[in-house]
Design a protein around this ligand. Sequence first.
Ligand code: BYC
Length: 316
Amino acid sequence: MDAIKSFEDIFQQRIDDEQKIEARDWMPDAYRKSLIRQISQHAHSEIVGMLPEGNWISRAPSLKRKLALLAKIQDEAGHGLYLYSATETLNISREELIEQLHSGKAKYSSIFNYPTLTWADIGAIGWLVDGAAIMNQVALCRTSYGPYARAMVRICKEESFHQRQGYDILLTMCRGSKEQKDMVQDAVNRWWWPSLMMFGPNDDASPNSTQSLKWKIKRLSNDELRQRFVDMTVPQAEILGIKLPDPLLSYNVERGHYDFGPIDWDEFYQVLAGNGPCNKERMVARIKAHKEGAWVREAAMAYAEKQKQKRVKTVA
Ligand code: BYC
């Protein structure tokens, strides 16, 4: 006689069979918690990620650049909304999620704790930060949780435009004056290593990876994604004619990949602990924006209530 399978076994079998898990399905509590952790961190990253770029809207060098930057930042707000909605399907409220961000309980991507000093930083963010984000997010389109996977498909389409606008800024500057090219080199020198840190600690120091890969929340490991990003980016740097700030970066014929130097993990953990160059500034700005937006949320709720009353009356 067949042994009776536990809920956990049936769940894992569904994952192994590439079935998507939906909000109404049974799932282990640890799977739910891990998803809430990852998706909400992702949502927080999107909305905190609006801040470093927001600094440059009023200083964009032309109308065309300003329009593209505005559209990109608005997209990021939208990505935050899709992701908060996906997290809410796991039985946690938006208010609780936002409280976790504001109290420092929830993380957001380390990358957004670095300053945007010049216009070239906006190009470098688009090229490197969005490039790293896409590398990670394309894999997440196949994540096992349906609402997260579906949000990712739409987000990835928009991220491609973000990366292109960044690369276009840098290409234009690299074809300009020596001062402009130097500005690009300086921005890339500052953003390269933090971009590699976005993928998280090395696999052997990543506490969540083993279980997340088994549950197919993550489809590729931190190191696999980081390697893919380096391999994709080096030829793009060559087209720009700039040097990536790593003396150990070289193509390894045997591996068929680029080797690269060691990452400063002390810096990464310092940023995670709240000691990056802009952690405090970001949280102050985020909390202020949330407070100042209270009337918009209240107005939206009042409007939704009115619409609901209207529908009730029509049905009656
Ligand atoms: N920053 O066990 P690990 C974007 C934390 S782009 C801060 O490997 P996991 C955007 C990690 O949470 C960025 N924290 O974790 C782009 C864990 O701590 P907890 C957003 C980090 O989850 C342009 C601990 O370190 N993308 O949105 O298996 C413009 C150990 O790590 C970071 C996503 O969030 C980091 N860089 O793997 C605007 C993608 N790395 O939670 C917006 C979705 C690690 O145990 N997330 N930590 O206390 C993921 O793919 C995975 O969560 C990660 C980390 C690869 C990031």
